[in-house]
Design a protein around this ligand. Structure first.
Ligand code: B12
Ligand code: SF4
Length: 455
């Protein structure tokens, strides 16, 4: 049992929640990406509070800890687990607050399990909430009505990120995304209003960020190309390596690509999602053009930047051939790496509402909304089991030794770390038994079959 410190400083425990199932998958990863959320909320906490952070990917919660407030961030699959954590602290009379994507999408449900809910962004409401705790006037809901402009953003508390050899140097340059893909929660979280931090403030931050490699956890760092180019020019002298997320059209802006490369960009996550244009159009993602993907890869590799492709199976246009076709195409174009998932209709998104109206939502158990080990809706052209096992098959094919060799041979981009990254995924998949399903050869698996593990 921890004893309260002798000073009369208040104590807040911030928790980055991660369910046991997800922990099992993520703890085995070579790279365990940390989230920025709690290190940033910590930086906005008044100085007379002590902040303790527990990131469940790498740390355990001490439920006996003596604190005045518990703050939890949770995405949808972690929500039921976050509720359980919250209830345990509440049973000891400690007030709890939950924020993050799920709280923003489903505040009324979240309120049943916490004393307060933060809806939307935390910068402006968190200091008010903390003061209310001090005065014993905690309110049930704290809604972000004035979007923070992110000027004077304090440095995130990187010291609170534990258990990572790589990836402590995280921040953001921009917030939001101008697009509104129908399955994505970003439009609801940030109200489709792009914000840009002053570049000189980011430069000051880059100077002191820990580690050589940095991550900008922006949703779309290329949303405003001119801003991005100025940022790249400004951070180039510091010779850091960095990665972020963008849309694939940046590839066609030569100046953007050159400046990104010169400023140390080693890889970008691109939400390619699918090789079916029909599926992209049906998801309000017309800005992705499948016919351009090959050229996109060529241009990225020309500038020495690797591509990590967000890849999703289960769109209405997908039949059982989509798995093989995708893996073959990725090999052909020399794709560096892919995050392979099953489509998830997150609550309160346009996709969820459509599937719900069509009677195709199979469960509202949010813990199954992980995009890895469960299918939570009825796919249009296959069974849920076929979708799950097909996705697993595609991940194994994509990260097989021969596929890694073929893709790396074609990519020739950042080979030493790119190969290590691919091997990491290959090894992670080995932690789970291969059930040997082949989507086009094996008969349909029985309903309720379990998948072993996806990337
Ligand atoms: C980093 C990241 C990851 C990392 C690390 C995750 C981790 N658990 O550590 C990796 C790559 C591993 C990952 C994986 C996944 N992720 Co992710 N990820 C992100 C990303 C890009 C950045 C998170 C971040 O640091 N943001 C910056 C901080 C500052 O912003 P923020 O979290 O929104 O916090 C602000 C407010 O929301 C609010 N707030 C949030 N929580 C709290 C709590 C309190 C108490 C308070 C006061 C305020 C507050 O205040 C903050 C400041 O304004 C987000 C997108 C995003 N923009 O957030 C997606 C995002 C969170 N991920 C998402 C998803 C779907 C996943 C996966 C399920 C994908 C998959 N199918 O595998 C997995 C799940 C893994 C897991 N179990 O955690 C979705 C969540 C959707 C949802 N409805 O829950 C997001 C929103 C992306 C999206 N396009 O929709 N992810
Ligand atoms: S482009 Fe990416 S971040 Fe933007 S709305 Fe679509 S999926 Fe979400």
């Amino acid at each position: 049992m921890h004893k309260r410190q002798t000073s009369n400083r208040r104590r807040v425990l911030l928790i980055t929640a991660e369910s046991a199932e997800s922990r099992y998958v993520r703890h085995r990863r070579l790279i365990r990406f940390p989230q920025l959320t709690m290190p940033l909320i910590a930086a906005y906490t008044p100085e007379h509070w002590n902040v303790i952070h527990v990131d469940e990917i790498v740390q355990k919660i001490d439920f006996n800890i003596d604190v005045d407030l518990v703050g939890i961030t949770a995405n949808t699959p972690a929500a039921p687990h976050a509720y359980a954590i919250s209830e345990r602290f509440r049973s000891r009379g400690i007030p709890t607050v939950i924020g993050g994507p799920h709280a923003t999408l489903m505040p009324e449900e979240v309120k049943e399990h916490a004393d307060a809910v933060v809806i939307g962004e935390g910068e402006t409401v968190w200091p008010v909430l903390v003061q209310d705790v001090e005065q014993g006037t905690l309110k049930p809901f704290y809604r972000c009505t004035h979007l923070p402009d992110l000027k004077n953003m304090p440095h995130p508390r990187w010291d609170l990120i534990k258990g990572r050899v790589y990836g402590k140097g995280i921040t953001i340059a921009t917030r939001g995304c101008p697009f509104a893909c129908d399955y994505c929660t970003i439009p609801a979280m940030y109200q489709r209003r792009m914000r840009y931090r002053p570049i000189d403030e980011i430069v000051e931050e880059v100077k002191v960020m820990p580690g050589k490699a940095l991550i900008f956890w922006d949703d779309n760092i290329g949303a405003n190309r001119e801003y991005a180019k100025s940022l790249f020019r400004a951070i180039a002298p510091f010779k850091r390596w960095w990665t972020s997320q963008a849309t694939h059209d940046v590839a066609f802006d030569d100046e953007f690509m050159e400046l990104a490369a010169k400023s140390g960009c080693k890889a970008l996550f691109l939400g390619l999602e699918t090789i079916s244009q029909e599926s992209l159009n049906g998801s309000n993602k017309r800005h992705n053009k499948v016919e351009e993907y090959r050229e996109v890869l060529r241009r990225f590799h020309y500038d020495g930047i690797a591509v990590q492709a967000g890849t999703v199976f289960g769109f209405d246009g997908d039949d059982k051939s989509i798995f093989r076709r995708t893996v073959e195409f990725y090999k052909e174009i020399g794709l560096d790496s892919a995050t392979i998932s099953v489509l998830v209709p997150f609550p309160n998104t346009p996709l969820f509402r459509r599937l719900d109206a069509e009677g195709r939502i199979l469960t509202r158990d949010w813990s199954k909304y992980d995009g890895k080990k469960h299918v939570v809706f009825q796919p249009a052209q296959m069974s849920p089991e076929e979708l799950l096992m097909g996705t697993e098959w595609a991940a194994r094919q994509f990260y097989s030794a021969s596929s890694i060799f073929e893709r790396m041979w074609k990519s020739r981009t950042g080979l030493w770390w790119n190969i290590i990254r691919n091997i990491g995924y290959n090894l992670a998949l080995r932690n789970f038994g291969n059930i040997g399903y082949n989507p086009e050869d094996t008969p349909a698996p029985p309903a309720g079959s379990q998948v072993a593990g996806t990337s």
